[in-house]
Every structure is written in C-alpha cells, then in structure tokens.
Design a protein around this ligand. Structure first.
Ligand code: SAM
Ligand code: SF4
Length: 357
C-alpha cells in the first residue's frame, strides 16, 4: 500500500523530517490528505445520546462562523492548490444551513471537479435531495441507528424516524447513489438492531456501515468497556447472514466491507456491508482526511488537540497561497494515530458535532 500501517501510537514507523515545498497536504508519515470534511454548522435538530446532551450545546456565535463565501474560498484553495479530490459536507446537521445548495454548486464548479458528498441525519432531505443533486452533489450518507420508532426516539430524543426514512427514499430517487447508511450501536439501546438494519438496507438497496462509538460525545460519557465492538457487530450479522470477503481493495477507506451472500444492490452488483472499527481496528496509517470546522479551523484528525485558524487569516487579508501554506503546515503536524487505548489519551475538547463527523 506504500504507507506503513500505524496503529494507535505516535511511536510509529520512520518519518520524513523535511516537508516537500509544494503541492499536497502531506504529513511526516507520508500520508497525503485528499479527502476534506467541511463542517457547515455545529447546530443540530436531533440530540443523539452518543453525540450531544439533551439541552444541546453552546452554539458558535454567528460572527465566528465562516460565511458561505469564505467556505467556498477555502474549498477552492483545498481543491486547486492542495490536491483535495473529495469534499464531504457535514456538521452538526448540514441540511439546516440555508446556503447549502449554493455551497455545493460552487464546489461542483471547480476544476478539477471534486467528488461531493454529504453526511446528514436525513431530516429535510425529502425536500432537499432533488435541489442538492441538481447543484452537483454526488452521494449522501444518512445516519440511522435503528428502524424501530421507539428506539429511534430514545436514541435521538426526537420523534423523527418517518422524516429520515422519507429522506432516504428521496435521496435514492434523486440519484444520490449509492445511498449509504451510518449506524452507531449503543449497548442496551439498539445493540440488537444490527441484523434488522441490514435487512432494511438490503431491501431498499442502501449500503449499510456500522461505526464503533468513539469518545467524541460532548458529555464525555463514552466508556470503552460498554462500547459495542466491530467483532460483536460482525458476530451479530453472521448469526443471520453469510458474509464473504470483499474482493474490492479497501484502499484508504475506513470501512472494512463484506459481501452479503445472496443479495444484490440496486445496481445489480453484490450487496455489501461495512464496519468502521475506529477504536478496535484503527486505520490511522491509511488516513487521507483533513478537516475544516464551521468556524474555520483546520484539524488534522478528529482526535487532534491542535487546530489552525484559517478564518482569521482569511479575514486578515491572507492570499490563497498564504492560506494554502498554513493548511499544509497544520497537516504536516498530524500525529501518527489517535491513541484512544493509551492511558494518557485525552478526549478532544470539541465534540464530534462541532468538529464535523
Ligand atoms: N448530523 C449529521 C449526521 O448525524 O449524520 C452529520 C454529523 S454527525 C456528527 C456525523 C456522523 O458521526 C454520524 O453518522 C453520527 O452517527 C456519527 N457520530 C456522532 N457521534 C459519534 C460518536 N461518539 N461515535 C461514533 N460516531 C459518532
Ligand atoms: Fe445531530 Fe448528527 Fe450529532 Fe445526531 S450525530 S446529534 S444528528 S450532529
């Protein structure tokens, strides 16, 4: 694969000490970030228990949020000067940002054109799927942790399952395919829902991926011992389905995928299911991500404790080359791994909803 696999430790393999002068977002471990996650807001209309407290969070003040024009400019710098080839919009809940279709359209107009996707809870997608597709969005990932209405309400603290299901259907109709579903399992809440979620996804032609719960909740309530692991998820699926090795190489993708024997997707190809074992099967050695928060901070990793402020550089008159230089400096300092299993691990002060998941 070219890049040594670095497990969750900073004492990883050999590094290079001199940053190449031009071009991509390379780090000392020779990983190159080509996948940009842009958080469009820290606000959300759900309150998933593994993400946010019931009362919500102190939202970022408006003046600190990047404007639509500032987001467009930073995405342009990333694509044109820094080699980013994929842009995913996220949040908080990106569908509540009024300018979203225009932001997507601006990114779709770039040359070279990046792949464009969105991670959303699906509320409002029924209305927005068509306009977003027309603006140039390629794909969506919709987060859905259970298809049981009561458990959905318990988990998200809102009675909105019907909206999410309607959003999924609208995404498929609009051609935002493959429509992927992200599911997080919580012990004692929805940990028995894995086979039912897979059956639902297979029936509708959606591609399901489970994500291990990570220590990124605002309440700091994550507990390693109660986390539902990738092994447990796979065992639950294998009790009802036959999973076969996926012949397609994983590349830099975080999800390990399997073919589900006897099922095909909407495109007639074998159906797949994925598991993202962020905690028990870290993929930091292959990470190709760079992140931009809604207030214009570059983060090299979800778990980084450092951020680099591009908003103040933008507002202070920095030109595109200067922005690119700062972004590259930020990524050069990316750590080898997330170190969740290290006794000295400290959860980042910003929760997932404020970083952009
Ligand atoms: N609101 C949108 C959504 O829910 O899809 C986008 C933002 S959300 C933070 C992005 C993804 O992060 C979702 O799939 C969500 O389930 C996942 N997520 C949030 N908190 C998490 C945690 N503590 N561990 C693992 N995944 C988490
Ligand atoms: Fe909102 Fe997404 Fe967090 Fe759920 S996971 S509270 S939908 S930001």
């Amino acid at each position: 694969m070219g890049i040594p696999v670095i497990q969750s430790t900073v004492t990883g393999p050999a590094t290079v000490s001199v940053r190449p002068p031009l071009g991509t977002l390379v780090d000392r471990y020779q990983r190159v970030a080509t996948d940009l996650r842009v958080s469009l807001t820290d606000k959300c209309n759900l309150r998933c228990t593994y993400c946010m407290p019931e009362e919500g969070l102190p939202w970022l003040p408006k003046g600190r949020l990047l404007t639509d024009a500032e987001i467009n400019r930073l995405v342009r710098v990333a694509v044109r000067l820094l080699g980013v080839t994929e842009v995913r919009f996220t949040g908080g809940e990106p569908l509540i940002r009024p300018g979203l279709p225009a932001i997507v359209a601006a990114a779709a107009g770039l040359i070279p054109r990046p792949k464009l996707s969105l991670t959303t809870n699906g509320i409002g997608l029924e209305r927005l799927a068509g306009p977003l597709r027309a603006a140039g969005l390629d794909r969506v990932n919709v987060s859905l942790d259970t298809i049981d209405a009561d458990r959905f309400t318990t988990l998200t603290r809102r009675d909105r399952l019907a909206d999410v299901l309607a959003g999924l259907a609208a995404a498929a109709t609009a051609g935002l395919t493959p429509v992927k579903i992200n599911s997080v399992l919580m012990r004692g809440v929805n940990d028995r829902d894995a086979p039912e979620l897979l059956r639902f996804a297979l029936d509708h032609g959606y591609e399901l991926r489970f994500i291990e719960q990570m220590p990124l909740d605002a309440q700091h309530g994550w507990d390693r011992s109660s986390m539902v692991t990738a092994d447990e998820i796979l065992a639950a699926l294998r009790a009802e389905f036959t999973l076969l090795p996926d012949p397609v190489a994983r590349g830099g993708a975080p999800a390990e995928t399997w073919l589900v024997a006897g099922f095909t997707g909407l495109d007639g190809r074998p159906a797949r299911v994925g598991v993202i074992g962020s905690v028990t099967r870290p993929f930091c050695g292959d990470c190709d991500r760079t992140r931009l928060t809604a207030d214009g901070q570059v983060r090299a990793c979800l778990f980084a404790s450092e951020e680099s402020d591009l908003r103040e550089a933008l507002r202070g008159g920095a030109d595109d080359e200067e922005i690119a230089r700062r972004w590259r400096t930020a990524m050069w300092g990316k750590r080898a791994g997330h170190d969740i299993d290290d006794p000295t691990f400290l959860q980042p002060s910003r929760p997932m909803s404020a970083i952009g998941g």
